[in-house]
Design a binder for this molecule. Structure first.
Ligand code: NAD
Ligand code: DAU
Length: 359
């Protein structure tokens, strides 16, 4: 019997953005059914989604597996009538890519290519349906670093500076080539730094929240003057839905939050916010300026005029409100944080921070 739902495959759905995307979309789009495919690396957490089978028995399924497993991909794509693929699966942390680039090449480049090949084959077998979409979720880091002025646009030249951004740039190029060569209906989005619930506490904002809460040192790379353009993860998820539903195949859309902040501003803001929420003082005294990240990009900032004007998407959340909601979420989910901080996490913290001198 035909299902009343449109089924989407979400890769990397047990990570930070994927979890928010699945949870938000199941609530927002009652006609969607989602299959989450995730290899559950250190960054993927099945518990993020473990209430969903009971809440959405007909609309959600989890498959534990890798985008590098062609047989598994083929099985899912031929057994299920897939309306589209939202591709989040990746190694996502710049510092880790500096220590161990190989896994970034394997997952981000080879994994994306495997996925493209299987999706293309099944799309062709199915008669190249017009409405099929492959949404490749990428990063603004592919454009390198900005100085104090200017913005990235869809016309900016690719200039990746880290092994992570180089691997994402390579994957963007393969997606572009699949559209150009085979007419495969792929769309690429490149977005700025996300923040919000379920982010792995290796990234700046959750790491600082946890360290402030536990009165540990706050390691700020270099002089803390680097700038990022912060995007609330729910705004990002809504932008991705907009691109899937209204974006044109072969196009790229940049997604930004319009909230540029220096890293030190973020750390100060989090110290003051947590001092207020925990009724204490002095968190700024925990700040330590440490050896910079090699090749550290100075500034990222996005001109999101194309998605604003052509697709009508705008971020709905003010930075000040969403960052407070994020802090409240972490404080209310210390059990979640504890499950994440396995032996692997402690080993990573040692690898990344013990070698950095205080400046
Ligand atoms: P994340 O590291 O939190 O999650 C990645 C997920 O991918 C994890 O669940 C992991 O288990 C899964 N995964 C890794 N290798 C896999 C494989 N071989 N097969 C299947 N699953 C695999 O990442 P995130 O922050 O949620 O980022 C999601 C995507 O968005 C990534 O492609 C990233 O490059 C991109 N992006 C992230 C940001 C950001 O600020 N976090 C900004 C721009 C773009
Ligand atoms: O721009 C989008 C990118 O944003 C995504 O593609 C990446 O997947 C995501 O990890 C993020 O990359 P960044 O390198 O910008 O994020 P991170 O949270 O690692 O660092 C943010 C800034 O904070 C950066 O300038 C480095 C700095 N930093 C980071 C850490 C972890 C510190 O000063 N101290 C730290 O301990």
């Amino acid at each position: 019997m035909p299902t009343p739902f449109a089924t989407y495959l979400v890769t990397g759905g047990a990570g930070f953005i994927g979890t928010n995307f699945i949870r938000h979309t199941l609530a927002l789009r009652p006609q969607w059914r989602i299959i989450c495919l995730d290899a559950l690396t250190y960054a993927g957490n099945a518990a993020n989604l473990d209430d969903l089978p009971a809440r959405f028995p007909e609309r959600y399924r989890f498959v534990h597996g890798s985008i590098l497993d062609t047989k598994l991909l083929l099985k899912i794509l031929t057994q299920e009538d897939i309306a589209g693929v939202i591709h989040f699966a990746a190694e996502s942390h710049v510092d880790r890519s500096i220590h161990k680039p190989q896994t970034f090449i394997a997952t981000n480049v080879n994994g994306t290519c495997q996925l493209l090949q299987v999706c293309q084959a099944v799309w062709e077998q199915n008669g190249k349906p017009d409405d099929f979409r492959f949404l490749h979720v990428s990063t603004d880091e592919v454009y390198g670093a900005l100085g104090d002025t200017g913005y990235f646009t869809e016309q900016s030249a690719y200039a990746p500076n880290s092994p992570y951004s180089a691997s994402k740039a390579a994957s963007d190029h393969f997606v572009r080539a699949w559209h150009h060569t085979y007419g495969f209906p792929a769309v690429v989005t490149n977005c700025s730094n996300n923040y919000g619930p379920y982010q792995f506490p290796e990234k700046l904002i959750p790491l600082m929240i946890m360290n402030i809460q536990e009165k540990r040192a706050l390691p700020v790379y270099g002089d803390g003057a680097n700038i990022r353009d912060w995007l609330y993860v729910i705004d990002h998820c809504e932008a991705l839905l907009t691109v899937l539903e209204k974006g044109a195949p072969g196009e790229t859309y940049l997604i930004g939050g319009g909230a540029e902040k220096r890293n030190i501003e973020i750390v100060h803001l989090l110290c003051d916010l947590l001092d207020r929420l925990l009724a204490r003082s002095g968190s700024r005294d925990l700040i330590r300026f440490v050896t910079d990240r090699p090749g550290h990009d100075y500034r990222y900032a996005i001109d999101a005029a194309k998605i604003h004007q052509q697709l009508g998407w705008q971020p709905r959340h003010r930075f000040e409100d969403a960052i407070e909601a994020t802090v409240q979420w972490y404080l209310g989910h210390m059990d979640w944080v504890e499950t994440i901080r396995s032996g692997e996490y402690r080993q990573w913290i040692e690898t990344n921070y013990n070698l950095r001198d205080s400046k």
